[in-house]
Design a protein around this ligand. Structure first.
Ligand code: PMP
Length: 389
């Protein structure tokens, strides 16, 4: 059976064009961009070229706004701890939506241990942040507010411009985790009113091992990693030139191809959703229209997401359930609970993400595998026999 990979939300294959571009820096990559000799200067040139490409993807003011990190998790930690600790004199309040990724929520919980209060903003049943509650939660003492651009588990795109207007009205800064959104929908940090923005290389079809934090000019951060003065002193450590060069090229390709690819994926996504929802007691999770173009997420009564994932793997189709980062815990996803699902409902989730390698002709094969999987698991399910859900 030929592989049909549908789990780009957990990890995307590196685009062959990105690999072809970046592998030269792995093969010859002994230069350290901080060295003043010619080999170091060449590495520095590669680094700055990647910075320019990332700058363009999000229409940032200048290359200086981009700080390379090792991944999104690190960028989120730098944004949250960095702003909270740098502005501790102004207050000790943090605000985040209930559906943020754990790499946002966990640094915020860490701040709580250091005397910060954390206000968690609810979302509606489709995953849209409650803007009224956000407005009420923000005070002069709020030093960090984090709302994601789009959610990785349910695909919902947040009204970021409305959110940034609320945050800026109070004279505060907004951090946005755009890991799931970047490269799929246009992001313009200036027009959107974003102060700090997290990006990941792999989510752009770049190599794993690079991420970036956009820091709007004038925003002050306290570094989390201390050492040499790399990345304007905000992220010490020798840069991963291969991964960063790849991230830059991945950003360039994503920007160039976004409009066309979005239309292609949307058409496939809508067909997939339409067909899968013909299965009895199946439901779409997340917003039906305000959602990422490649993202289709569902829940099925009477069965478990882990069994769906393993059964689909037997068809050589890789899907995810809840968040790959926390799925080992077997706890129901905090995102699905936040949109109002009961524990037993949240356990039956499946996320399909379409990517560059997928084609419309695959949709019937995917739908058939999902239908057979759901039927088989329901036949075996003690949940369905006991009428639990
Ligand atoms: N934020 C979001 C929205 C994510 O989906 C992920 C995981 N892909 C992360 C942050 C963390 O990414 P990483 O594990 O690559 O650091």
């Amino acid at each position: 059976m030929e592989r049909i990979y549908l789990d780009g939300v957990s990890s995307k294959p590196i685009d062959p064009r990105v690999l072809a571009f970046a592998k030269q820096f792995l093969e010859q990559g002994y230069g350290n961009p901080s060295s003043l000799h010619s080999v170091g200067l060449e590495a520095k040139r590669v680094l700055e070229n990647a910075r320019t490409k990332v700058t363009k993807l999000i229409n940032a003011e200048s290359d200086r706004t981009i700080i390379f990190t090792s991944c999104s998790t690190e960028a989120n930690n730098l944004a949250i701890k960095g702003t909270a600790l740098r502005n501790i004199g102004k207050g000790k309040e943090a605000v985040a939506s209930a559906i943020e990724h754990i790499s946002v929520l966990n640094p915020m919980k860490e701040l709580q241990k250091n005397g910060f209060s954390l206000r968690v903003i609810p979302v509606d049943s489709m995953g849209i942040v409650d803007c009224k509650k956000l407005d009420e939660a923000l005070t002069k003492q709020t030093t960090v507010t984090s709302i994601m651009y789009a959610n990785n588990e349910i695909g919902t795109i947040e009204p970021i411009r409305e959110i940034s207007a609320i945050v800026h009205d109070k004279g505060l800064y907004l951090h946005v985790d755009a890991t799931a959104a970047a490269g799929h929908i246009p992001i313009d940090v200036q027009a959107d009113g974003i102060d700090l923005l997290t990006l990941s290389s792999n989510d752009l079809y770049g190599p794993q091992g690079a991420g970036a934090l956009y820091v709007k000019p004038g925003i002050k951060l306290q570094p989390v990693l201390l050492g040499g003065g790399q990345e304007r002193g905000l992220r010490a450590g020798t840069e991963n030139i291969f991964a960063i060069a790849g991230m830059g090229e991945a950003a360039r390709i994503a920007k160039d191809e976004m409009a066309h690819e979005t239309e292609r994926l949307k058409e496939m996504r809508d067909k997939l959703i339409e067909e899968i929802l013909t299965i009895e007691e199946s439901y779409l999770t997340g917003h039906p229209t305000q959602r990422l173009p490649h993202h289709a997420s569902f829940r099925f009564n009477h069965i478990e997401g882990e069994s769906i994932l393993l059964n689909m793997d037997m068809y050589n189709m890789q899907v995810s359930t809840g968040s790959a980062c926390s799925s080992k815990t077997l706890e129901p996803s905090h995102v699905l609970l936040a949109i109002g699902l009961k524990h037993e409902e949240a356990h039956g989730s499946m996320v399909l993400t379409l990517g560059r390698s997928n084609k419309m002709e695959e949709i019937p094969t995917i739908v058939k595998a999902v239908k057979e999987t759901v039927e088989r698991l329901r036949r075996l399910s003690p949940l369905s026999q006991k009428g639990v859900i």
